[in-house]
Write a protein that binds this ligand. Structure first.
Ligand SMILES: [Zn+2]
Length: 165
């Protein structure tokens, strides 16, 4: 496939992903304000955009491949996120005085470390039905038990952790 076409599709993927997140945020705001039908439609559109993004990714990256290989690659990505990518962005944001965003990327780096640890654990232990994952809706931290304490990364209250089915 031509390079520019591939880059157009990558841009479309980024747009779809961003748009679906924005639509979910506005859907929540509309719901709060009592605009239930508008909210429902934005959520439906967000879902559609997620489907489009997933299908676009398939054309950019090729079909879903070997899962063991994928998990191995994910370990490397999470390692780079925690040791290099997010800390670097956080540092640059700090230097430009953007303290809030710097703090967020600092948290993303800490969370990537947790993700890395959980991935290593699941790869080592294999399939396990009895484990549940609880995701902090503020920073993305993941706990394996229902948290009774504040989030270790962002200090959110335990109620901010939602179980992933
Ligand atoms: Zn958190």
């Amino acid at each position: 496939m031509a390079d520019n076409l591939n880059s157009d599709m990558a841009q479309a993927f980024a747009y779809m992903s961003k748009s679906s997140v924005l639509n979910r945020l506005y859907a929540a705001k509309l719901k709060q304000d009592g605009w239930t039908l508008h909210s429902k439609l934005l959520r439906a559109i967000a879902r559609a955009e997620e489907i489009h993004a997933r299908r676009t990714l398939m054309y950019i990256r090729g079909k879903i491949g070997d899962t063991a290989e994928y998990l191995e690659k994910m370990l490397q990505c999470k390692h780079l996120d925690t040791t290099r990518n997010y800390p670097q962005i956080s540092e640059q944001l700090n230097e430009t005085g953007n303290k809030k965003a710097a703090e967020a990327f600092g948290q993303f780096g800490d969370v990537a470390k947790v993700h890395l640890h959980l991935l290593e654990k699941v790869i080592e232990q294999g399939n396990h039905d009895s484990i549940n994952y609880y995701v902090c809706q503020i920073c993305g931290n993941i706990a394996m038990d229902k948290p009774s304490l504040k989030c270790s990364v962002c200090n959110a209250v335990p109620e901010k952790f939602k179980i992933e089915d």
